[in-house]
Design a binder for this molecule. Structure first.
Ligand SMILES: Cc1cc2nc3c(=O)[nH]c(=O)nc-3n(C[C@H](O)[C@H](O)[C@H](O)COP(=O)(O)O)c2cc1C
Length: 324
């Protein structure tokens, strides 16, 4: 099985990505959180920092773009091609209301004709401009009805996409409803492109159940599962035990990374708190630490809480429901 690390806005930026690649090598592809090039403003400095080759040294990275404009996509593709990227991914999954209302992310899925016109134009431009960068998509099953994917697949099949990452939910499922494996399986059969599965792989047991259920899939994208347990891929592949020392070093590298690029405790703490809202899933009984971390306003205090927690923590079953 090949494992990818999912794009996660606010979490899997280059600070997290570098630390992850350093301490837990083995991920075949990382994706940037979505980049959203504006028609006039182009890329923000934050977006440029994400894709800068110096910030992604030796990391197998696929930049992801959120747009419904073929022109914006081709401009992004050209820039990324010039920077040496070989693949760009189109976000067809973001479920947020503001994105969907602009007809982007999963909102693009409600208009298959427009989507087809987008691909027509993109591939025509790509040919004209002689750019070789591949286009892949990360798509949900649809907006409301999961069977929408069967119509969408007919469109995806008409174009030379390099891969389809299929998040087995519809827009209205957001992230909580269970992934829909039956329709995923139907979509897989209908697809002529390589398919990567995404959705609800949190533990070793989830992964082995998935392999038994759908053995023909050879690529899995890990989302919240790898944020909660950065060692997840390694534990699945090599059967290693959880390494708390490595988790601490990974954590410290991320924290230092944010301290180096952000000013003020508040901003760094904001990023670290978001990470902890996943990391504690794997540690039953850590709700109190979670609350202390959430409340804390100074980095010095935060570091004391975290050091104390690392000296005592005992991993257990994944208990994400307790933290919802
Ligand atoms: C906080 C958060 C941010 C996300 N940001 C992105 C993003 O930038 N691009 C994207 O395609 N998906 C994004 N996703 C969706 C994930 O990549 C993934 O598809 C989703 O979490 C389902 O996988 P999982 O069940 O393994 O977590 C995000 C999800 C979460 C929870």
């Amino acid at each position: 099985m090949y494992f990818y690390a999912a794009p996660m806005e606010g979490i899997t930026g280059y600070i997290w990505r570098n630390a992850h690649h350093h301490y837990y090598p083995g991920i075949v592809k990382y994706y940037t959180p979505f980049l959203s090039p504006g028609k006039k403003k182009g890329w923000t400095s934050r977006e440029k920092a994400e894709i800068l080759p110096d910030h992604n040294h030796r990391i197998p990275l696929v930049p992801q773009v959120l747009t419904n404009s073929a022109e914006a996509m081709i401009c992004s593709a050209e820039l990324l091609h010039d920077l040496g990227y070989r693949e760009v991914n189109l976000n067809l999954g973001c479920p947020s209301g503001t994105v969907v209302s602009k007809g982007k992310g999963s909102g693009f899925l409600k208009d298959p004709d427009k989507l087809k016109a987008f691909f027509d134009k993109f591939f025509e431009y790509r040919l004209q401009r002689n750019i070789t960068i591949e286009l892949s998509v990360k798509t949900r099953l649809g907006m409301e009805d999961p069977e929408e994917i069967l119509t969408l697949m007919k469109i995806y099949n008409q174009f030379p996409l390099s891969e389809i990452v299929l998040h087995a939910r519809v827009q209205k499922d957001l992230y909580k409803k269970p992934a829909r494996r039956d329709i995923f399986r139907q979509a897989l059969r209908a697809c002529r492109h390589p398919v990567c599965y995404n959705g609800d792989i949190f533990t070793l047991e989830d992964e082995s159940r998935f392999e038994k259920e759908i053995p023909e899939v050879t690529r899995i994208m890990l989302g919240r599962g790898i944020i909660a347990n950065p060692q997840l891929q390694e534990m699945i592949v090599n059967g290693t035990d959880r390494d708390m020392g490595r988790l601490k070093m990974f954590h410290d590298e991320i924290c230092t990374g944010y301290e180096n690029i952000m000013s003020g405790d508040r901003n760094v703490l904001f990023k670290m708190k978001e990470l902890w809202s996943y990391l504690l899933w794997e540690f039953p009984g850590s709700e109190k630490t979670g609350r202390r971390i959430k409340k804390c306003t100074r980095l010095s205090e935060y570091k004391m809480i975290v050091d104390q927690w690392f000296s005592e923590a005992q991993p257990g079953r994944n208990c994400r429901e307790d933290f919802d």
